[in-house]
Design a protein around this ligand. Sequence first.
Ligand code: FAD
Ligand code: NAG
Ligand code: NAG
Ligand code: NAG
Length: 622
Amino acid sequence: MRSHLLSSLAILAAPAISAAESATYDYIVVGSGPGGGPLASNLARAGYSTLLIEAGGDESDNPTYSELGNFLEAANDEATRWDFWVKHSDDAQQDLKFHHNTWDTGDGTFYIGNDPPAGAKHLGIQYPRAAVLGGCAMHNAGVCSLPEDDQWNLVVNLTGDTSWEAPKMRKYLTQIEANEYLPAGNAAHGYKGWLKTSVGDLGWAKAPNTAAVKILDKFAQSIGVSSASSDRSTLFSPDILGDEPNKDQTSSLFNMVSHADSKGRRSTPGDFVKSTLADPAKFPLTLKLRTLVTKILFSNSTTESKPRAIGVEVMAGASLYKADPKHIPGTKGPVSQYFAKEVIISGGAFNSPQILKLSGIGPRAELEKLGIKVVKDLPGVGENLGDNYEASILAISKEPLNAGLTTSIFRTVNAATKNRNIFTWCGPFSFEGFWPGFPTNYGPNQWECAMVHIGPKSQAGSVKLVTADPQDTPDINFRFFQKQGAADLAELVAATNLLRQTWLAAANTTTAPFTELHPCPGELGKPTAGSCSDAAQAEYFKLQAYSHHATSSCSIGADADPLAVLDSKFRVRGVAGLRVVDASAFPVVPGAFPVVPTMILSQKATEDILAEAGKKPVKLRV
Ligand SMILES: Cc1cc2nc3c(=O)[nH]c(=O)nc-3n(C[C@H](O)[C@H](O)[C@H](O)COP(=O)(O)OP(=O)(O)OC[C@H]3O[C@@H](n4cnc5c(N)ncnc54)[C@H](O)[C@@H]3O)c2cc1C
Ligand SMILES: *[C@@H]1O[C@H](CO)[C@@H](O)[C@H](O)[C@H]1NC(C)=O
Ligand SMILES: *[C@@H]1O[C@H](CO)[C@@H](O)[C@H](O)[C@H]1NC(C)=O
Ligand SMILES: *[C@@H]1O[C@H](CO)[C@@H](O)[C@H](O)[C@H]1NC(C)=O
């Protein structure tokens, strides 16, 4: 209601451009998520005047967001939700078979499914993002995990920049982390940073011989893990953020780590921004909330060889972007401009390429078709979009299983490399992807293993402009499984078959039988002929896989690669004074969960930017 009122007021304001502030900042950072929020805070803490611009508001004191356990409510909450309606392939008929397609019925409700009422408008496949101080770290599940070492080393190979070597990247985690789950002194971790990390409760695994523990034992055995103790919670002692040799090749069970404190309070980039603002040292950080950046401004200097970013243009007001379900058609906000010595875009994997393209940086033909003046023809902007494939095996047991989460990263026998390829968490929940109102609650007997596939062999997705209007959403197509899809699907099927076998360990308990809902419907262990072949399961996953870890749409790449958008210091190629620092910078999808990798990347960018500033006379404004 409040934002509706603000939007209505915004209509009354004249949309003429005003140079609201003549102040010139050292840095402007666009977007306060895991990429931009920590970076803006760090730059201000280093004494540089920094303007952080965020389209959303501040919900950090709202328990829906501050209590991590409320993440399902947070991800559904209209206060922050940006709905992107994405495609999974170029085949519209195939996409229509996704079971959670969303339609606008026209009466203020959504229809979810494959048999919409007459006249309903097809929206597509929902992909939620959070427009709020802290970005998607405010509504995510808080799961912490790291990229494979070779995904950092790949940047060294591509660019020759050895500062990306995996052992060197570890340092950034130790700088940002405030570990609450391990005794002080563990060299792989940090204890004085802003990012609190904690683990879950494994009390359920201490009770011997429950159905859940039988399944757990079978799982451990299936991935080659054992424990000498009768207390099965000891199976979870490996550290998911640890730095053991060969960690990427070692299948293990883990106690899930969250970016939250040990009381379950979410720890986010927004907290770091707010503590920076509140610090008695009066760091020169300015935060503008409810402000949509519409384009980057460039200087027309003829003395420089490259166009130079000198600021941004914004529209002020809440819910201006059309992904916001609270947006009122026709609403605009007053336009103003802010100037800085350098501009850093951290709008996330969908919005960073959109902002670059709106500003004239992107594939020439796409920009010219929309009448956008080309500042730099950079064909890779919006390309190389990748994501972890996600799928699940879901069943209903006869009685509830008394269990918390079993988390594991393991390698299927058919994995493409020696590295682990599946992150899974199993327990009494259901998660089948995203739609408004997700997930379905199947009651106390629901039992699922959710899977995140690591290292998708295809990154053929794209973010393309539909119009030159910065309030419009872009066209987002992931093109799942386009390259070597059969191999990735086979890995998901192998993981599913392994996990299903572990459930059969509960066959003689009162929790059995299990009725599998998908991918292989029927009584567990008694497949109906034909319904549960590997081919049938692969076909199911091809149509029903989902994702929510989008990355790589403004990728770091080699000098010689025409599709490289950034160099190894996050600088946008072909222009000056402009960087992209967020999940869109990763050349490949980092591990199974991108949020901590993005925070690590933000910390690295801080170091790179400060090193460069040290060489230039940048005026301090403390
Ligand atoms: C529902 C959900 C659950 C997730 N769960 C997990 C998880 O458990 N673990 C994990 O590792 N990852 C998870 N992720 C992914 C993870 O949260 C993201 O990868 C991460 O937040 C990316 O950070 P970012 O800084 O690149 O972008 P974002 O977090 O998207 O931040 C971008 C910010 O920029 C702002 N912005 C965008 N455009 C503009 C503009 N034009 N003007 C002004 N501001 C703008 C946005 O409002 C936003 O605040 C989840 C994602 C979702 C959607
Ligand atoms: C880097 O390049 C070397 C030499 O070509 C190769 O052996 C190695 O596998 C590459 N590593 C990665 C992570 O790409
Ligand atoms: C550069 O030129 C464009 C169009 O000619 C103009 O709109 C813009 O204001 C100029 N920028 C500056 C910084 O002078
Ligand atoms: C369940 O009981 C049957 C019959 O006694 C036995 O054959 C089977 O191995 C048992 N299964 C498990 C998982 O214990």
